[in-house]
Design a protein around this ligand. Structure first.
Ligand code: ADP
Length: 241
């Protein structure tokens, strides 16, 4: 689904986390938000998810204005850096949780739920681990469970906040390629936050460079890398052209 963000601003006390941020994410796109720590990336995701209300601006999901809609009504999938899986629940139960929190009208009965959980686990190639507990899995596998749980809501947009930040370089790289393939294959619309330029340039259809709550540049990975639009982008990407 198209996600449109218009002129968002958000302050926390005297600190401006977002200032005049506008962005269109097209249906089927994987957009990376790239920027240093503290530049407002997570705040932007939280506003889209409904976990923060902006001071100014609007959020649109397709033709529907979502700015003030409660998080539970937005059908947003969220994957965080630190898995946030329930430790006392099996992999199966963790993914089923994503289905049980859906509004009653969209909640499947027991058999449909089981089938759907297995389908989601197959999608992330973890059906064999259904009865394991998170502690029995590697970091990369846990993050795939978190992704299956996020997909359970049939998200209109998938928000990923440094999802591979806690993993080592080799696993990150594998997961990055795998996520991009999965994204394209099942036709998701995703926003992927990272402070790692290599990750952003490799995974995304388009990259948005953030600095101090503002957008410095939006473009394809090639455009951003080859033609940094501002001194900040030039220095952040650390490239001498
Ligand atoms: P990023 O994801 O780019 O690291 P964030 O969006 O997390 O940046 O945060 C930007 C800044 O906003 C943070 O440095 C923090 O000081 C401030 N901030 C974020 N959330 C809150 C909050 N709930 N209360 C106060 N300050 C906050």
């Amino acid at each position: 689904m198209n996600i449109r963000i218009e002129n968002l601003s958000k302050r926390f006390g005297s600190f401006t986390a977002l200032e005049g941020v506008s962005l269109d994410v097209r249906s089927g796109e994987l957009v990376a938000i790239l920027g240093p720590s503290g530049s407002g990336k997570t705040t932007l995701l939280r506003v889209i998810a409904g976990l923060e209300i902006p001071d100014t601006g609007r959020v649109w999901f397709g033709e529907e204005e979502a700015t003030f809609r409660p998080p539970g009504e937005r059908r947003v999938g969220f994957v965080f850096q630190h898995y946030a899986l329930f430790k006392h629940m099996t992999v199966f139960e963790n993914v089923a949780f994503g289905l049980r929190v859906r509004p009653r009208s969209r909640r499947p009965d027991r058999r449909a739920l089981e089938a759907r959980v297995h389908e989601l686990l197959r999608l992330v190639q973890l059906d064999w681990a259904a009865q394991r507990y998170p502690a029995q899995l590697s970091g990369g596998q846990r993050q795939r469970v978190a992704l299956a749980r996020a997909l359970a809501v049939e998200p209109r947009v998938l928000l990923l906040d440094e999802p591979f930040g806690a993993l080592d370089a080799k696993v990150r790289e594998e997961l990055r390629r795998w996520l991009r393939r999965l994204h394209d294959e099942i036709g998701l619309t995703s926003i992927f936050v990272t402070h790692d330029q290599k990750e952003a340039l490799e995974i995304a259809h388009r990259v948005v460079v953030f600095n101090q709550g503002r957008i410095e540049q939006v473009g394809s990975p090639e455009e951003v890398y080859d033609h940094p639009a501002t001194p900040f982008v030039y220095h952040f990407l650390g490239r001498a052209n």
